[in-house]
Ligand binder design. Structure first.
Ligand SMILES: [Zn+2]
Length: 164
């Protein structure tokens, strides 16, 4: 009888402890998951980086060209800047020649970068270096595949398409 009482008191303490620690654990995933969602909002302003992909593509034309990193006819990489908020973007243009019909496949990608990332970009940036920029970050893509209509979408992170 006495042992039973001790046992039930112990199990009550265990329940209390586990309830407290569940509360503590419950808070952590929230803190962790709020970071990536928050990151997307810390780039640019409503003029240069709107939520809708089509609007962002229109806004891209208002960005100022700052530096040419790679300037080849089928592979053009540059840094663009917003005149209003100063946000820097890496813009990547790639093209594959369609030798048969002359309907070259083209792709434009645009991703915002931090000032640290900008400072670390080498003058002769490699494709691997470009693809390491902002993993999981919102990236604007305008694809114009051979024989198809252009598509404007959001993707995650920067990917450098095949090019001539
Ligand atoms: Zn801006």
């Amino acid at each position: 009888m006495f042992k039973q009482l001790i046992g039930s008191v112990r199990s009550m303490i265990r329940r209390l402890r586990s309830a407290t620690s569940t509360g503590g654990r419950g808070h952590l995933p929230f803190a962790r998951s709020s970071k990536p969602a928050h990151e997307a909002e810390t780039f640019g302003c409503r003029y240069c980086w709107p939520r809708a992909a089509n609007a962002a593509w229109k806004a891209r034309h208002l960005l100022e060209q700052e530096v040419d990193l790679i300037d080849q006819s089928h592979f053009h990489v540059m840094i663009l800047a917003c005149r209003r908020c100063g946000q820097r973007f890496v813009s990547v243009f790639t093209e594959m020649i369609d030798w048969v019909r002359g309907d070259d496949a083209q792709s434009w990608r645009l991703i915002p970068i931090t000032s640290e990332e900008q400072a670390e970009l080498s003058a002769t940036v490699s494709e691997a270096e470009l693809e390491r920029l902002g993993p999981g970050r919102r990236c604007l893509v305008r694809d114009y595949p051979t024989g198809e209509r252009p598509r404007i979408n959001w993707t995650s992170g920067l990917f450098v398409d095949r090019h001539d």
